[in-house]
Design a protein around this ligand. Sequence first.
Ligand SMILES: Nc1ncnc2c1ncn2[C@@H]1O[C@H](COP(=O)(O)OP(=O)(O)OP(=O)(O)O)[C@@H](O)[C@H]1O
Length: 287
Amino acid sequence: MVIEFRSVSKKFPDGTVAVEDFSLELPSGKATVFVGSSGSGKTTLLRMINRMVEPTSGQILIDGVDVATRDRVQLRRSIGYVLQAAGLLPHRTVLHNVATVPLLQRTDRAKARESALELLDKVGLDRRLAGRYPRQLSGGQQQRVGVARALASDPNILLMDEPFGAVDPIVRAELQVELNRLQRELGKTVVFVTHDIDEAFLIADQVVILKQGGRIAQVGTPAQILSAPADDFVASFIGADKGQRDLHLQERSGDDGLTLVVDQDGRPTGVLASSRPSAPSEDGTVS
Ligand SMILES: Nc1ncnc2c1ncn2[C@@H]1O[C@H](COP(=O)(O)OP(=O)(O)OP(=O)(O)O)[C@@H](O)[C@H]1O
């Protein structure tokens, strides 16, 4: 499903302008990542898609339909939402957490249970964890449950707000790879928020680098941004000014055939031009 922002602004009652005149199309079945420093309006942008926050002006359309015309509860249930702390219900089992929305929608209990178990398989969790409570899981496992729960109503859109922020770097890398796989397999329109540019490059089909007030510094594929940062702000944000690192190559698991140049810490610093010969703007190899 295509999501379109049309001149969207959000001013909170205390006068804070979180987003000003933001327009952008988020392509269907692709992952768009909003990345920017704290307070740049990422979460506000995300929450306006499912009407947890209402814009002050402008419109957000999903497949051409203004979300303002949709029933809020229905809209929210039709869109998957994953939060940093997984947002699981502490006194419910893993199975119950995953099946929450289908049960609310009065899906047959046995059917909800079976699909919840299948979702655990899908996100790489052992079915034996189904009877546990969230506190009996590791942070990474909790995040997987959070993703399974968001997928339970089979939404076409998945909103993810710093979902991997609270887990350690190794588990985080695993979750990023898993998300790439799921994204390819399920073809959802994913909107992902992070302040970590490296995470953005690993996950995104479309990267949106934001300044304060939700102002767009640059939009493009990871390859376009890495090879041609729009200005000094972007160059500095993506670390292009940090000088040479100890570089090697890594195939990205997306379907774009991209080969990233990464440093010794696995942070993307460039893209190999020969992997996508048809795109003339992607001629910069290493930043
Ligand atoms: N309910 C609110 N009332 C007033 N101001 C708010 C409210 N929610 C957010 N803001 C302000 O709007 C701006 C954008 O906030 P937002 O949470 O969208 O940023 P963010 O880029 O997601 O930041 P972070 O990375 O810190 O989560 C900030 O200045 C924030 O303080």
